[in-house]
Design a protein around this ligand. Structure first.
Ligand SMILES: [Zn+2]
Length: 178
């Protein structure tokens, strides 16, 4: 699993969408935006709730990797949080980074690439490829025009982000032999 050297490297892993070139952003549902921090424009910090508890928040400054804690209910343990970074323009490309935080020592342990998801439509169907680096699996789901859907899981298949259709070609071949 890819480990990022800094939190900023993780959220800027893909600055723009590989399909439509629009700017990628952290999905609000994974952030505690209502306490006033977001990573965009002039607000430069990322906050999220710990174990979905709204009294407990962690705030990371991506520029310095510094973490601020506001914990009312939690004394310790390791907290894992997934942040989805997606393209709001075409909605066909996203990735998830996993943030690991030691709540006892109050430090950021690390940030890694959990998964990448790409969806591509051709004349026959919509293809969704999800590479889950945490489990080293590729989930390939396809949706023919008749409204059905089928899913196959393979050992990790490398994603060709320059030519995504080439990845689909390889998956279709794997499907024949599976
Ligand atoms: Zn896009």
């Amino acid at each position: 699993m890819k480990q990022f050297s800094t939190f900023l490297n993780a959220i800027e892993y893909h600055k723009s969408c590989v399909l439509c070139d629009s700017k990628m952003d952290i999905n609000d549902r994974d952030l505690a935006t209502d306490i006033g921090y977001e990573f965009r424009e002039n607000k430069q910090k990322v906050s999220f709730f710990v174990f979905s508890n709204r009294d407990d928040t962690v705030t990371i400054d991506p520029e310095t990797n510094e973490v601020e804690f506001s914990l009312k209910n939690i004394a310790g343990g390791i907290f894992y949080h997934g942040l989805t970074i997606d393209c709001k323009s075409c909605c066909q490309f996203s990735y998830v980074i996993q943030v690991r935080i030691d709540l006892s020592k109050r430090i950021l342990l690390g940030t890694s690439l959990n998964s990448e998801t790409l969806s591509i439509e051709d004349s026959e169907m919509v293809h969704e490829i999800k590479n889950i680096y945490a489990t080293k699996k590729t989930e390939y789901t396809y949706f023919p025009k008749d409204g059905s859907s089928k899913r196959a899981t393979f050992p990790l298949v490398s994603l060709n982000l320059i030519n995504p259709k080439e990845t689909i070609g390889r998956l279709r071949k794997l499907l024949i032999f599976s």
